[in-house]
Design a protein around this ligand. Structure first.
Ligand code: NAD
Length: 505
């Protein structure tokens, strides 16, 4: 039997460098979804503390923006080393606080390490263009400069990786960061802050490069409304994005929005069904269906429907559900009772729409009355009704039949969200159609792998109600910098663009 959660959490926090008084006697009660036990009482950041955090980041920015980018990268390199040393402990804390199975908790920390490596390389590759000019003896170029304080608001389901996608890139770009983690996962954030402080000390970096504010919606709003915060990267539900986006627009601040997904996959007649079963199982049931990229809608061609469905049912029936700390567990708990209620409401709606539901019931009540485990639900739907078009953050996979590729691509796109998508096929024409301009309308479009489990090298994000933001790799760094277009005249005349004449004596 694993050790008591309370003791284990306290030990992990101490080893990770979090002071005991930050996690005892505070007003924010933290429970572990594994058993529903109270594991800490965290001190929230009041209005004065929030102001001080933003002021410190703002002051640090004035210094940090002048440090050469490769030297900024050195801090991120040192932080990556701290993460490597603490990987086992931090990954374990992710498991305890967010309920992820062990390999996913560790995977989340690995993702932080990966983005640090990426950012270190990037710190020597921030580049601008030179552009042909129409005027003789002129040069035109683009230069990129740090933007300011980056506010990061993150969701419970990726309690540490999402911050690192933003922070590692923002820091090499010369920005500073203020982080408002989910109120459901403040412990992992405190641990990350402690590790970052260690790296900062070793690097001799200025105070205030990364600050943490703990709290709920109100704390997030403090970042959103503060004119010292140049860009807000907000990850969470579409409802949150709907509240945040207009407030940022009202003060012309930049927004990077990473919101809800409702991801689909198409299984074509030529698909390799062994691969489909494995790909669908991980994408739909992994993280107990609590990933933004979780597979929620599966369109199966009628030619393979009857062969595939029984195999999926077997996979669903056999998956191990329980304490995510135990070896061999594949599905851990939902985050809380509200998540369980929302799942049951969605299943009731699907039933009313004529669905045949396999699974979906509460499981493992032996692990605690306030622990919310479920058997993932495989739901045969006669049509893509309203409940299917809505993101329910739980392991529900709606399965539908199709006959025609164009029609199924249209159905795939007929949802408000646009995050991630897949097609399973061995037919080049089908694959390329899905990838083409007339294919999937999502930010992530895959072939022969599920929609979840992205790597940091690519830009991550989605369209429509997913918010349009991009984070992590590729050129996502540009969102954290401002671009200046420079024109330099090295001649003795002053020709004007477009042949405009304006001669004065
Ligand atoms: P949530 O929207 O409840 O909370 C997310 C964060 O926003 C929290 O830190 C919360 O305190 C804060 N917040 C809520 N309302 C706010 C407001 N009005 N102003 C400022 N901050 C506010 O989301 P959650 O339940 O933690 O996470 C699940 C959701 O996040 C799902 O919809 C999932 O798809 C989405 N998500 C998206 C991505 C992505 O990259 N697209 C990644 C992870 C999660």
């Amino acid at each position: 039997m694993p050790a008591s959660l309370v003791t284990e959490t306290a030990d992990l926090l101490a080893r990770l460098g979090v002071p005991a008084d930050a996690v005892t006697g505070g007003s924010l009660v933290v429970t572990s979804p594994i058993t529903g036990e109270r594991i800490a009482e965290v001190r929230e950041t009041d209005a004065t503390g929030r102001d001080a955090a933003i002021a410190a980041a703002d002051a640090a920015f004035r210094e940090w923006r002048l440090v050469p980018a490769p030297r900024r990268g050195e801090l991120v390199r040192l932080f990556g080393l701290e993460l490597r040393a603490a990987k086992a402990d931090l990954g374990r804390l992710v498991t305890i606080e967010a309920g992820k199975i062990v390999s996913e908790g560790l995977g989340e920390v690995q993702e932080m390490i990966d983005i640090c490596d990426f950012a270190v390389g990037l710190s020597r590759q921030l580049y601008g263009l030179t552009v042909a000019t129409e005027r003789p003896s002129h040069r035109m170029m683009e230069t990129w400069h740090p933007l300011g304080v980056v506010g990061v608001i993150s969701a419970f389901n990726f309690p540490v990786a999402v911050w690192s996608w933003n922070a590692a890139i923002a820091l090499v770009c010369g920005d500073t960061v203020v982080w408002k983690p989910s109120e459901k996962t403040p412990l992992t954030a405190l641990a990350v802050e402690a590790l970052f402080e260690k790296a900062s000390e070793k690097a001799g970096a200025p105070f205030g490069l990364s600050r943490l504010i703990i709290g709920g919606r109100e704390a997030g709003e403090a970042l959103v409304d503060d004119t010292r915060v140049a860009v807000v990267s907000a990850t969470g539900s579409t409802a949150m994005g709907r509240a945040v986006a207009p407030r940022l627009a009202a003060r012309f601040a930049r927004a990077i929005l990473e919101l809800g997904g409702n991801n689909g996959a198409i299984v074509a007649p030529s698909a390799d069904l062994d691969l489909v079963v494995r790909g669908v199982a991980f994408a739909a049931m992994g993280t107990a269906g609590q990933r933004c990229t979780t597979l929620r809608r599966l369109f199966i061609h009628e030619a393979v429907y009857d062969a595939l469905l029984p195999r999926l049912r077997r996979a669903y029936a056999s998956v191990t559900i329980g304490d995510p700390r135990e070896a061999g567990m594949l599905v851990g708990p939902l985050i809380d009772a509200a998540a369980f209620d929302r799942m049951q409401t969605a299943l009731d709606k699907a039933r009313a729409d004529g669905a045949v539901i396999h699974g979906g019931e509460r499981a493992r009540q032996d692990l605690g009355g306030n622990a919310w485990y479920v058997r993932p639900a495989l739901v045969e739907m006669p049509a893509q009704t309203e409940v299917v078009r809505t993101e329910t953050f739980a392991p529900i996979l709606y399965v539908m039949r199709y006959t025609d590729l164009d029609a199924v691509i249209a159905a795939h796109n007929a949802v408000p969200q646009g995050l991630s998508s897949s097609i399973f096929t061995n037919d080049l024409r089908e694959a390329e159609s899905f990838l083409s301009a007339g294919g999937s309308d999502c930010g992530i479009v895959n072939v022969n792998i599920g929609p979840s489990g992205a790597e940091i090298g690519g830009a991550f994000g989605g369209e429509k109600e997913t918010g349009g933001g991009r984070e992590a790799g590729s050129d996502a760094w540009k969102a954290y910098m401002r671009r200046a277009t420079n024109t330099i005249n090295y001649g003795r005349d002053l020709p004007l663009a477009q042949g405009v004449a304006f001669d004065v004596e």
